[in-house]
Design a protein around this ligand. Structure first.
Ligand SMILES: Cc1ncc(C[n+]2csc(CCOP(=O)(O)OP(=O)(O)O)c2C)c(N)n1
Length: 536
């Protein structure tokens, strides 16, 4: 086999079916081999999007996302996306071409390891033409175990060498779920049993398999309400006692319950200050904390827990229930005493002249099919969007403004999510600034691949986050204004549909526009820049 064929064969043997990329001298032969083998190759418009789409795909599918770019500038275009992937702990493989080792005069030559390593992604270099499959397999398994992007460096001169293909083996890196130790459980169950107002908080370490169900049962046993981290929003599906997100974005009833509680049982959540309610961790202060995680690094980085338990989330929950029942424990009854519901206020009603962001989000939430995926970008529209838009389960929710705080990632991520979860609409909620940073070109990618994408552009004609800060500090805000063209006709030119909402009458048409969509749809929501939410 030729070198490029062995790379495609290795991916196929590792079960990779979809790859996002943009081709150039460094990777095009390998892309061709991948397609020849029946792989689905998604040609993006900008390299940054290849990593973002692969991230969305990885997140929604629970598999390793795979992307490919060419050397030099192609790889350089992915750097911000790699940082986001590394900080958001996305298992991802990026196969990048590299110039030949001896191609010193090649204009696109650059030290690719030096480029990649500061992003937080890992780097695996092919060292000979026949090393490809082993390097790809190692990178693939590292991506799964280390939960971050791993870049595989493929020098172009290895592509055409004739080499022997040695198929890599797929290793079950999940291994045996870790059983909670008796000593740790003794302390944890003692704390749970003596709590009078416990709450159960779950993170992305508890989104898969039986963990949501097992934690729901543990909460029921304890009489505890349920909460999730922002990243795990939707984890408990529709549950009467689910209070939503725990943290700075909590709803008023959730904040009341958290503040009233005396014990937090956090499972699969690598706790951070945002989950803790902001600086000083007000939500955790003065409470007993049980912290279970299968990943020792999640326990090692926080010193909050009275009872750290290194264990699989499901085994922890089931063991806790078992021990509590055997001890004759009776429910605390706490969750029967708290106020349920979202507690979110309704906006000033949109009049015939304009539309309020919150009204539009409430209407979008109402008219979307229950089975939907939501990806929210960064910007001042984001907090209300996170609060108002519901998802049926955890992997249907993606926030792209987390680890690196990059604006413009949501639309591409939503395309990857939509490709992993076909059969439901993938909704990207973005600002006008974010759409132009990273969405415009890739909207057409959704068109080309028939993704059921709905883009909701919260268009206030300004970088609203900056607008709010400029005004707050007494600066003139005009430098933050941008007069974009109307996006609906742009969406049509790109092969999709477009719909503009300027007022309450237009908003009333949203339901039918969404119901009748037959291609990627962009909704341009025109907002008053002075009236949009100021909090950021
Ligand atoms: C890649 C990137 N560029 C710039 C910023 C700075 N930034 C943070 S929020 C924001 C505003 C985005 O504007 P828009 O998408 O229109 O949303 P809005 O705040 O107006 O709701 C910007 C530019 C960033 N975080 N990331």
């Amino acid at each position: 086999m030729k070198g490029h064929e062995t790379l495609a064969a290795a991916l196929s043997d590792l079960g990779v079916s979809t790859m996002f990329g943009l081709m150039g001298d460094g990777n095009m032969y390998f892309v061709d081999s991948f397609v020849q083998r029946g792989g689905r190759y998604v040609a993006v418009a900008n390299e940054a999007a290849s990593v973002l789409m692969a991230s969305g795909y990885a997140w929604a599918s629970g598999e390793v996302g795979v992307a490919t770019v060419t050397h030099g500038p192609g790889l350089a275009n992915t750097l911000a996306s790699l940082v986001s992937g590394a900080r958001d702990r996305v298992p991802l493989l990026l196969l990048t071409g590299d110039t030949a080792y001896n191609g010193r005069e090649q204009g696109q030559k650059i030290d690719q390891a030096a480029l990649v390593l500061p992003t937080g992604a890992g780097f695996e270099a092919m060292t000979s033409a026949n090393s490809g499959p082993a390097v790809v397999a190692r990178a693939f398994h590292r991506a799964l175990v280390e939960r971050r992007p791993i870049v595989v460096n493929v020098p172009v001169d290895f592509n055409f060498e004739e080499v022997e293909y040695l198929a890599p083996t797929m290793v079950n890196v999940a291994g045996v779920p870790s059983i909670p130790g008796d000593d740790a459980m003794d302390v944890a169950v003692g704390i749970m049993a003596s709590a009078r107002r416990p709450i159960v908080l779950a993170g992305i370490g508890a989104i898969d398999g039986d963990a949501p169900q097992a934690l729901t049962e543990l909460a029921q046993t304890l009489g505890a309400p349920l909460l999730t981290t922002l990243a795990a929003k939707g984890l408990f599906g529709p549950d009467k006692y689910d209070l939503g997100v725990c943290g700075t974005l909590s709803s008023p009833p959730a904040v009341d319950a958290i503040m009233a509680s005396d014990c937090i049982i956090a499972v699969g959540a690598s706790l951070n200050e945002f989950t803790g309610g902001g600086a000083g961790w007000p939500y955790f202060r003065g409470k007993h904390v049980v912290h279970c995680d299968a990943d020792p690094s999640a326990l090692a980085t926080q010193y909050l827990a009275d009872a750290p338990v290194l264990a699989d989330a499901t085994l922890f929950a089931r063991t806790s229930i078992d021990w509590l029942k055997r001890a004759g424990y009776a429910s605390s009854g706490f969750r029967e005493t708290i106020t349920l519901g979202s507690g979110e206020g309704i906006a000033k009603a949109s009049s015939g002249e304009f539309v309020e962001l919150i009204d539009a989000l409430v209407e979008l939430n109402r008219v979307l099919p229950v089975e939907r995926a939501i990806t929210v970008d960064g910007g001042r529209f984001a907090w209300e969007s996170i609060k108002r838009l519901e998802v049926p389960r955890a992997r249907c929710w993606a926030g792209t403004f987390r680890g690196f705080g990059a604006v413009g990632n949501a639309l591409s991520t939503a395309i990857g999510v939509g490709m992993a979860l076909s059969g439901l609409p993938s909704v990207a909620v973005v600002g006008d600034g974010g759409f132009m940073i990273g969405g415009l070109a890739e909207f057409n990618t959704a068109v080309r691949y028939g993704v059921d994408l709905i883009v909701f552009v919260c268009n206030d004609g300004t970088y609203g986050a900056e607008y709010g800060k400029l005004v707050a500090h007494g600066f003139a805000p005009e430098s933050s204004y941008v007069d974009w063209p109307d996006f609906a006709p742009v969406a049509q030119s790109l092969g999709g549909s477009g719909f503009t909402i300027r007022n309450a009458t237009d908003l009333a048409g949203l339901a039918s526009v969404i119901a009748d969509r037959d291609r990627p749809l962009l909704i341009d929501l025109k907002l008053d820049r002075t009236a949009s939410p100021k909090e950021y």
